[in-house]
Ligand binder design. Structure first.
Ligand code: FES
Length: 116
């Protein structure tokens, strides 16, 4: 199923838009020129992921180093800070066990389409 979301420019301005898909809330998130779509309910206690922040995170590193990475690819839950990779939906802390469903988003001309 394809769901038209309107002009890419509007989605970029919104940052995150929540769309209803088969009774689920899906967050369509704009990061630079890219779009990502994830289930909008955090698997921990149900916060809206669209209310979270997108940034990078600290990567595994030596005990005396702070290494920042994945800039613009990590969404952080607004309630307790769980972090998820926007590309895969997987939680950074326990990727095998915890994650968000992801959806495909494509841009066709100036329009954005969500594929489910
Ligand atoms: S509700 Fe998302 S981390 Fe707790």
């Amino acid at each position: 199923m394809e769901i038209p979301l309107g002009p890419a420019e509007d989605l970029r301005r919104d940052g995150c838009r929540i769309v209803a898909v088969d009774g689920r809330s899906v967050g369509v998130i704009s990061v630079g020129e890219e779009f990502f779509a994830i289930h909008d309910r955090c698997p921990h206690m149900g916060a809206s992921m669209c209310a979270g922040s997108v940034s990078g995170t600290l990567l595994p590193s030596a005990p005396t180093e702070l290494v920042y990475g994945l800039d613009g690819l990590v969404i952080r839950c607004p309630w307790h800070g769980w972090e998820f990779d926007l590309r895969t939906g997987r939680a950074l802390l326990e990727p095998e066990r915890v994650g968000l469903r992801t959806y495909q988003v494509v841009q066709v001309g100036d329009e954005v389409v969500l594929r489910t």
